[in-house]
Design a protein around this ligand. Structure first.
Ligand code: NI
Length: 170
């Protein structure tokens, strides 16, 4: 396994649409090594999510987790999960604003509006279809990571730009 370099805002790969992964490539384990590296890299940087383009690989896959012990107080726990070729269907027209940050946009955070509840369809890392409903912080995480597959970063979605702030003291 290896800790991969996390690309920062300004890298072309973060602004390109990533390409679909074929399910038979997942079934044959062709991405297993890459997914292991993604897991090791996310753990190294204490991330909540990490999308393939963030480590310079333009494919439609990301890793995420929801740890209710950290900032997502009261959230449902989601173990480390890889989603491939995800699609979304909004289930609640209400959008909610909350804080987001990103390993590719270090030292910043801002409030971002997101749909409160979505149905998610994707392939799992083994190539099997998955379908589930995500709400609140869980929905926010999967939508943030999914944006990376379309060349979008959370700053693009900030409505209240006065909320953009540094998270460290210089
Ligand atoms: Ni991000």
């Amino acid at each position: 396994m290896a800790i991969l370099k996390v690309m920062k805002l300004g890298s072309d790969v973060l602004r390109k649409r990533a390409v679909e992964i074929e399910s038979h490539d997942l079934k044959k384990g062709r991405f297993k090594h890459f997914f292991d590296d993604l897991r090791e890299t996310m753990a190294e940087y204490s991330g909540t999510g990490l999308a393939a383009p963030q480590v310079g690989t333009g494919v439609r896959a990301f890793l995420y987790m929801v740890d209710p012990g950290s900032r997502a107080k009261g959230a449902v726990e989601v173990p480390q999960t890889i989603l491939v070729n995800p699609t979304f269907e909004p289930l609640d027209p209400e959008e909610v604003e909350d804080w987001e940050a990103c390993l590719s946009v270090p030292f910043l955070a801002a409030r971002v509006p997101r749909p409160r509840k979505v149905r998610v369809r994707a392939l799992g890392e083994n190539g099997k279809p998955l379908e589930f409903v995500a709400d609140d912080f869980h929905a926010r995480v999967v939508l943030h990571e999914s944006d990376h597959l379309d060349g979008v970063v959370y700053l693009d979605r900030v409505r209240d730009r006065s909320s953009i702030r540094y998270t460290i003291d210089f």
